[in-house]
Design a protein around this ligand. Structure first.
Ligand code: NOJ
Ligand code: CA
Length: 559
């Protein structure tokens, strides 16, 4: 296959704390990942994104960083990291690190200095302001933190407030200070010099704030959504997605473009698709990609999916690359949103793996780990702790839970003690899902149509079929059947494939665009014995079945 145009193919997200504990402290670690490289190779993923394992007090489980260029001891040493990078690269697997540019921990020496006095040389590294008059005992403006409540914390020693977008122990860096900006660009270079292949950029949309710190207009929105950053009655007009932040994306791209072979940036930016695509810039001169979270919250309906795909295709035409994400370490697990129905997950995975764009698989998604219900008062997650008083723990419909512990439970390797995540007798940092006796890697590897083997086959398909990996995309009109089904073609040079997906429990029958004889089955979520049609004319799809068909006729790619 011509791989020149290829970027990332399939990204697998590892939450290091929950992947594999090698030293018996109940916390997953880097040597544990090294033990599982064979699995990643077997699964076929070509890139791994790691949630942060840098030095941190772990109040936000690694996103509160106190040293950006070292490894937190519970995860291992820099030597372990170097070894892991080398081993992954030896297996042809790229490494993406999680870069938290927006904020530091309050335990970071920079912040401790900054907070110590008004005239400390690092004072301007963070955003300090006097409170509102009279008396200065009210926050400087009306901005709300993403987790609720005012986005300002008062420090009595200097009688000023400091700004944070997310949680009070994660304080925002001030990017209007050039020293801050250059220091953080050098953090990037530190890891790039080590050979990492790119970064996932945490909360990139929050980098710059309005210089005058103007009050945000009111919004009627209570809950966040993938269409708008407004939430908790705050429009976030002056603290998120500022033009300066969008311009900064291009500066970040210039840094990674200093390096060969090619490196990648994928941004976590919230807003509607029209807004987030600006981060990729004209002709993809900004971030290589941004996360598109629409699939994490939409209903399991073909028309809904079709609408999202259409908008994504309009906003991210080539040379931009869309991303397709079903869940991550912040969202309710995908299979739980689909009523724990594996057949639905197989179908959705077929769609995810055959669309134009990079699929992201969240560890455990491939074996069907469900969300686990934890009591908020026992939460490890700081959001769960903050809302420990709340009678509800899930926000219906939007794929969010007030504690993110439920989607972060340990990986299930076997049906043995602690699901093979840590040694017998060790208490894992989070309770393992009871599902592990049936849903585990060892068991699913042995079953031919297990969810795991379906994922593996789809990954292989993506790798070997150019039309899927790098081809163009077009919907197929199913006239009349589109309430239940979705169909599209992917094409590259003389390679064209057709994908037909049945989103209903009932069987569906339809006439495909080409005569049956022009098709060859590449993949089905079911065991079909290679038979496509009973009557030689129509295709019948079983309940929640997805099929991928190779065609004899081809079409020129527009890429
Ligand atoms: C977004 C990350 O995905 C989330 O896990 C984290 O808590 C916040 N950013 C703060 O860094
Ligand atoms: Ca450990």
């Amino acid at each position: 296959m011509n791989t020149k145009k290829r970027s990332l193919n399939v990204v697998y997200q590892i939450y290091p704390r929950s992947f594999r504990d090698s030293n018996g402290d109940g916390v997953g670690d880097i040597p544990g990942v090294i033990e599982k490289i064979d699995y990643l190779k077997w699964l076929g993923v070509d890139t791994v994104w790691f949630n942060p394992f840098f030095t941190s007090p772990q109040k936000d489980l690694g996103y509160d960083i106190s040293n950006f260029t070292d490894i937190s001891p519970e995860y291992g040493t820099m030597g372990d990291f170097d070894l892991m990078l080398e081993e992954l690269h030896r297996q042809g697997i790229k490494v993406i690190l999680d870069l938290v540019l927006n904020h530091t921990s309050v335990e970071h020496p920079w912040f401790k200095e900054s907070a110590s006095s008004r005239d400390n040389p690092r004072r301007e590294w963070y955003i300090w302001r006097d409170g509102k008059k009279p008396g200065g005992k009210k926050p400087p403006n009306n901005w709300r933190a993403a987790t609720g409540g005012p986005a300002w914390k008062y420090f009595a020693n200097t009688d000023q407030w400091v700004y944070f977008h997310f949680l009070p122990f994660e304080v925002d860096l001030n990017y209007r200070n050039l020293e801050v900006k250059n220091t953080m660009l050098n953090v990037m270079r530190f890891w790039l010099n080590k050979g990492v292949d790119g970064f996932r950029l945490d909360f990139l949309h929050a980098i710059y704030e309005d210089e005058e710190l103007r009050n945000n207009p009111f919004s009627w929105r209570l809950f966040p959504s993938d269409k708008s950053v407004a939430m908790l009655f705050d429009s976030h007009k002056y603290d998120l997605n500022l033009p300066d932040t969008i311009a900064f994306a291009r500066e970040l791209r210039e840094v990674v473009d200093e390096y060969q072979p090619r490196r990648f940036l994928v941004g976590e930016v919230f807003g509607d698709i029209e807004q987030t695509c600006q981060y990729c810039g004209p002709e993809n001169t900004g971030l290589n990609m941004v996360f598109l979270f629409e699939f994490t919250s939409t209903a399991f309906k073909p028309r809904r999916y079709a609408r999202i795909i259409r908008r994504i295709e309009e906003c991210f035409p080539s040379p931009n690359t869309p991303t397709y994400v079903f869940s991550n370490h912040d969202r309710v697990r995908f299979i739980t949103r689909l009523s724990n129905n594996e057949e639905k997950v197989k179908l959705a995975a077929t769609m995810q793996m055959t669309l134009r764009g990079v699929p992201f698989i969240y560890y455990g998604e491939e074996i069907g780990i469900p969300n686990v219900n934890f009591k908020l008062k026992n939460s490890q997650d700081p959001i769960g702790k903050k809302y420990a008083w709340s009678p509800i723990s899930q926000i219906p419909g939007v794929g969010f839970s007030l504690s993110r512990d439920g989607c972060r439970t340990p990986m299930q390797w076997t049906d043995g003690p602690n699901a093979g995540f840590c040694k017998d007798g060790v208490e894992p940092w989070l309770k393992i899902s009871n599902s592990y006796r049936k849903k585990n890697v060892a068991a699913e590897m042995k079953m031919s149509h297990s969810l795991l083997n379906i994922y593996r086959s789809l990954i292989r398909l993506r790798k070997t079929v150019p039309a899927i990996a790098i081809g163009g995309f077009e919907f197929i009109d199913l006239s009349g059947q589109d309430k239940r089904c979705l169909a599209y073609r992917r094409y590259y040079e003389d390679n064209e494939i057709h994908v037909y997906l049945n989103f209903s429990r009932k069987k569906v029958k339809f006439t495909p665009v080409l005569p049956i004889g022009n098709y060859h089955i590449l993949f089905s979520t079911r065991d079909r014995n290679n038979e496509l049609s009973e009557d030689g004319k129509n295709i019948e799809l079983g309940s929640y079945e997805g099929i991928v068909l190779d065609t004899v006729e081809g079409k020129e790619s527009d890429l």
